[in-house]
Design a binder for this molecule. Structure first.
Ligand code: PMV
Length: 314
């Protein structure tokens, strides 16, 4: 049996993180330069039903049967088998690698799940359709995030810019004119589950204030969609800055994010904000394509540990 490989890209959230958990819209886009890849390799000497999971980057090399129910890769593999009613699959090793930085808001968890589900279901002879891949990856996201909105798994599954509202069918975003975004990693791990939990605590204590902040983010996101689809991205940078201001009020930015965001703006970005859970992780900056390199370099000199330049297009 040949080895079956599949992959899924990273992602950035352009607008609407956190508010999206509370029913407001968000906009996200894939980052195609970084990917998680999974390979399913038949283990011809193994007994049927014997499944091994390997992820060298996190030191994982274990039998599926020995992994706990809440292990994300194990859950992705088990749910794939369940979806296909594969009770005694041929022995297989599922190996996962990734070039997506972890804990930085680039969706590495979701991309890993999607790659694994695709490779494993392909190996079992019945590649699952995107809709099912997405649904399984969403179940796995619950381990990472607690109460995920579903935007990460949706964006990496479809590998398209999306306008996303929790619980609603996905809307692919038509990007009239591609635009350039610089992504810079603060090097401080951003733990999405903690950031989401902190926002939830704040919301419990003062629901009126938080709902109002979520409404403001929702409004910015709707306006951003109009300019992205209309091709007039002149206001997009300002919308990013406005979105960042509210994320700061929600308590999910950090001194390091604020510092690098300021530097991005001063070095020529039209706007900048954190992307993803925050409290660390990545920031994104909207740039003219010919100044993106300079902005990325300035951010690196200022302490960003890793930068990427991506084009958002449909
Ligand atoms: O996985 P991250 O760090 O990109 O965060 C996901 C975005 C949140 O809105 C903070 C959480 C969610 O599930 O939508």
């Amino acid at each position: 049996m040949p080895a079956i490989s599949a992959s899924a890209p990273g992602k950035i959230i352009l607008f609407g993180e956190h508010a999206v958990v509370y029913g407001r819209p968000a906009i996200a886009a894939p980052v195609l330069q970084v990917r998680a890849t999974a390979t399913a390799l038949a283990d011809i000497r193994g007994a049927s039903g014997h499944i091994r999971l390997e992820a060298p980057a996190i030191g994982l090399s274990a039998n599926l049967a020995d992994l706990p129910a809440d292990h994300p890769l194990a859950l992705a593999a088990r749910l794939t088998m369940e979806a296909l009613q594969a009770i005694h699959p041929p022995a297989v090793t599922l190996r996962v690698t990734s070039t997506i930085p972890v804990a930085s808001g680039l969706g590495s968890g979701a991309a890993t799940s999607v790659a694994l589900i695709r490779a494993f279901s392909g190996f079992l002879g019945r590649p699952l359709p995107d809709e099912q891949v997405n649904a399984i990856a969403f179940e796995v996201e619950k381990i990472y995030h607690g109460t995920p909105s579903g935007i990460d798994n949706t964006t990496v599954t479809y590998a398209q810019p999306v306008y996303y509202i929790r619980g609603q069918p996905i809307e692919k975003l038509q990007v009239k004119h591609p635009f350039t975004v610089v992504i810079a990693d603060t090097g401080v791990p951003g733990l999405t589950a903690k950031a989401v939990g902190d926002v939830r605590n704040g919301w419990r204590q003062d629901a009126i204030r938080y709902e109002n902040l979520f409404d403001q983010i929702g409004e910015i996101t709707r306006r951003a969609r109009q300019v992205i689809e209309g091709g007039d991205s002149a206001h997009l940078g300002r919308y990013m800055n406005e979105n960042q201001e509210i994320l700061e009020q929600l308590g999910v930015s950090s001194p390091e994010l604020n510092r690098l965001i300021q530097i991005a703006r001063e070095s020529g970005a039209y706007g900048a904000k954190l992307s993803g859970g925050g409290q660390g992780g990545n920031l994104i900056a909207l740039a003219e394509s010919d100044s993106a390199g300079h902005i990325a370099e300035t951010l690196q000199n200022a302490g960003a540990v890793h930068t990427l330049i991506t084009s958002v297009q449909s």
